[in-house]
Write a protein that binds this ligand. Structure first.
Ligand SMILES: NC(=O)c1ccc[n+]([C@@H]2O[C@H](COP(=O)([O-])OP(=O)(O)OC[C@H]3O[C@@H](n4cnc5c(N)ncnc54)[C@H](O)[C@@H]3O)[C@@H](O)[C@H]2O)c1
Length: 314
């Protein structure tokens, strides 16, 4: 039995990861300050004697004897990370320093949840890990993008300088049950609007594309990455290469929810990338042929089911 720390464990992805790690027979410490996470996301785990919940902010040091650390703590949606940009960058950078310090002290292996945002508005399509990105360092997304880029640097430097065992994953758009309904991310936005019969808001002309990865596929990739050979550090992309325009996504959501919602078009937010699609060949080659298994329809069906329940109890 391994003792595993998950920072940001009460969030959307963190809660799925905690659930899976417990199912595999591990002991899990879930650490969260509940900025965007919610106790409701992990309430079903509280009876498990191998699950421990700690209210803590990663910008402060934390000490525990653990074998592995998954560092997920960080607001992930623009509305939340732009709410207090200084705090966002502190969470990424000081959080990374504190968790790397802990990993160094207790000789734990540590995985960083980085992001496709490190590629910025990419000039190469799809994005391989070798692409250094095209990021605005002083824009409204910079607190998140540059915070995550700096965290990657810190991970590499702790590895090179102090032999800390590190893993870096770059997560592309992920969706599924327990996404925060108010965080403005496109999948949850469209689903909630469609369920409520409200207008579906599309930014720009809706022809920009995104790839959408279902949460279970990501969690599988994260665990394979943590268990991969020590010499494979990443960064490695984890995402679904299937590419859809916002218009296509809206259409699918309308069909699945059988909604009467209409599409409305709003101006595109600043620095919004036009295209994002992962090249996942590195993950496939190094993580036992990892690739997403859940297609958009199947994932949307599960997510719609969850949000119908959320909306009906609001
Ligand atoms: N969901 C995606 O599409 C996506 C894409 C790329 C990267 N990621 C990364 O994955 C991780 C999890 O994202 P998510 O989608 O589950 O978002 P989320 O907002 O649901 O989860 C983040 C969690 O971190 C917690 N947190 C925030 N600041 C903290 C702090 N200072 N101290 C302790 N806890 C703190 C929040 O309360 C929340 O529970 C994030 O690091 C995010 O950057 C997510």
């Amino acid at each position: 039995m391994k003792k595993i720390l998950v920072t940001g464990g009460a969030g959307f992805i963190g809660s799925h990861l905690c659930e899976r790690l417990l199912k595999e027979g591990n002991e899990v410490i879930c650490l969260d300050n509940y900025f965007t996470g919610d106790k409701q996301n992990i309430i079903h785990l509280l009876d498990n004697p191998y699950f421990e919940l700690v209210r803590h902010d990663v910008t402060e040091p934390y000490y525990a004897e653990v074998d592995e650390i998954y560092n997920l703590a960080c607001p992930a949606s623009p509305v939340h990370y732009q709410y207090n940009p200084i705090k966002t960058i502190k969470t990424s950078v000081m959080g990374a320093i504190n968790m790397l310090g802990l990993a160094k002290r207790v000789k734990a292996k540590i995985l960083q949840a980085s992001t496709s945002e490190v590629y910025g508005d990419p000039k190469i399509h799809p994005q391989p890990e070798t692409y250094w990105g095209h990021v605005n360092p002083i824009g409204i997304r910079s607190c998140y993008d540059e915070g995550k880029r700096c965290a990657e640097t810190l991970f590499m430097d702790y590895h090179n300088q102090n032999d800390v065992k590190i893993k870096i994953i770059r997560i592309f758009n992920t969706y599924g049950p327990r996404m925060n309904p108010d965080d403005g991310r496109v999948v949850s936005n469209f689903i909630v609007q469609a369920i409520k019969g409200k207008d579906i808001t599309i930014y720009g002309d809706g022809k920009q594309t995104r790839s959408f990865q279902y949460a279970d596929d990501l969690v599988e990739g994260m665990i394979r990455m943590m268990n991969s050979k020590d010499s494979f550090l990443g960064p490695v992309n984890l995402g679904n290469p299937g590419e859809f325009t916002m218009l296509e996504l809206a259409q699918k959501v309308i069909e699945i929810t059988d909604s009467s919602s209409k599409l409305v078009f709003l101006p595109l937010p600043k620095d919004d990338p036009m295209q994002r699609k992962p090249d996942i060949s590195l993950a496939y080659d190094n993580l036992s042929e990892w690739e997403p298994k859940i297609n958009l329809e199947e994932g949307l069906l599960k997510t719609v089911k969850y949000f119908k329940n959320v909306v009906s109890t609001q």
